[in-house]
Design a binder for this molecule. Structure first.
Ligand SMILES: *Cc1c(COP(=O)(O)O)cnc(C)c1O
Length: 390
């Protein structure tokens, strides 16, 4: 007997590139600089805090839907102390199963079928899938290299906004380009959002991973933005516990209520004992955050120098733990083919940035490497990549 084809609404999304490239790394014994997960765990005392919570029976049963009070209080404290943004921990903070669920719940609750969502391109891969699940239409605004970094074209952003635009989906510091949107560009985005009465979903999971004189400024801190912005944070990147899946949303009470309505039917709750540990992590002294940043900056410099020596054009990131390179100086222009061949040529796995573009040709010459790995692993990768120059 035959049956109807499956006909998935999400067929175009297939398997994420990260799963595919991580499998390629394992199969070929290559160094995996594709998927962005650290190869060392976060602070020992935070792991111990999770163990204590487990042993003490805190969070082993369904925690409260909005998240445990200790974590909501810690998130509110973090936003107040870092950014002078005041959120009521009871009504304006929502704990989610990582930033991934925060993104999904925000888009599912705020985007109506047919609404347009303007998103920075290249975009994190879950954005496109979640906009599709919400029945929205994505409208990309492309970041392009200018003066050594990927930059937003504000005229292009202005032109992308139509009467059907409902949400601006912003990500800063930006994965995969490593761009950190400067204050004047954020102010211009905020002014556009206010002018057109748009909602803003601001993915700020790399807020603590900024280098040199780059500064992370939350979009919610600009005039008129607090009441229209859903700010998304996560413990995964900041504390090197990507497997714990503890994220959060801060926003006005009506926005949090909307996001919670979707969240409660996705996971309802997640990561009970880890929520207590992350509450402690958010209160770590400045020395933790400074040390983490300094360590990553040194790793960025090691990999950036190595990639340049191997012949890539390197767009040195001001934030995140990714470097986007241009492969054209190597005589290549197809990032997909290049990344498929790289394990054989150099024993390293990277991600073709084209997967983060609607217009794949635009992203074709760019390839992303992650540097959240141990120094000796990065050194080994750099040594291997030298084969490309030879
Ligand atoms: C890693 C990442 C996420 C997902 O964060 P989780 O907390 O692991 O779900 C969201 N947005 C961006 C830009 C990311 O790089």
């Amino acid at each position: 007997m035959t049956r109807k084809p499956v006909n998935s609404r999400l067929a175009e999304f297939g398997t994420t590139i990260f799963a595919e490239m991580s499998a390629l790394a394992v199969r070929t014994g290559s160094i995996n600089l594709g998927q962005g997960f650290p190869d060392t765990d976060g602070p020992e005392e935070i792991r111990e805090a999770a163990v204590r919570a487990l042993r003490d029976g805190r969070g082993n049963q369904y925690p409260p839907g909005p998240g445990v009070p200790e974590l909501r209080l810690a998130v509110a404290g973090h936003q107040r102390e870092r950014y002078a943004l005041d959120f009521d921990p009871d009504t304006e903070v929502l704990v989610t199963a990582g930033a991934t669920e925060a993104i999904a719940a925000s888009l599912l609750s705020l985007v109506h079928p047919g609404d347009e969502v303007v998103a920075l391109e290249p975009y994190y891969d879950s954005y496109a899938a979640c906009i599709a699940m919400a029945g929205g239409k994505r409208v990309p605004v492309t970041l392009r290299p200018r003066d050594g970094a990927f930059r937003l074209d504000l005229d292009e952003l202005r032109d992308a906004i139509t009467p059907r635009t409902r949400v601006l989906l912003i990500n800063t510091p930006h994965n995969p380009t490593g761009a950190v949107l400067p204050r004047d560009e954020l102010a211009a985005i905020a002014a556009l959002a206010v002018e057109h009465d748009l909602l803003v979903v601001s993915d700020e999971v790399y807020e603590h991973l900024v280098f040199d004189d780059a500064e992370h400024v939350p979009l919610a801190s600009f005039p008129g933005m607090r009441e229209r912005t859903v700010t998304i944070g996560s413990a995964g990147k900041t504390f090197s516990f990507t497997g714990w899946k503890v994220g959060w949303v801060t926003a006005s009470a009506p926005l949090v209520a909307a996001v919670r309505s979707a969240k409660q039917f996705l996971t309802f709750v997640a990561s009970g004992p880890f929520q207590y540990a992350v509450a402690e992590a958010l209160r770590l002294p400045a020395s933790y955050f400074d040390g983490f940043r300094a360590d990553l900056r040194a790793k960025r410099d090691l990999l950036a120098t190595g990639l340049a020596e191997a012949g890539f054009t390197v767009h040195r990131p001001a934030g995140t733990y990714f470097i986007t390179t241009d492969i054209r100086p190597l005589g290549e222009d197809d990032g997909f083919a290049f990344c498929q061949a790289l394990p054989g040529r150099a024993g390293v796995v990277a991600i073709p940035n084209a997967v983060f573009y609607d217009n794949r040709a635009e992203g074709a010459p760019f390839v992303r490497f992650a540097f959240c790995k141990r120094t000796e692993v990065l050194q080994d990768a750099v040594d291997r990549l030298k084969r490309l120059a030879a």
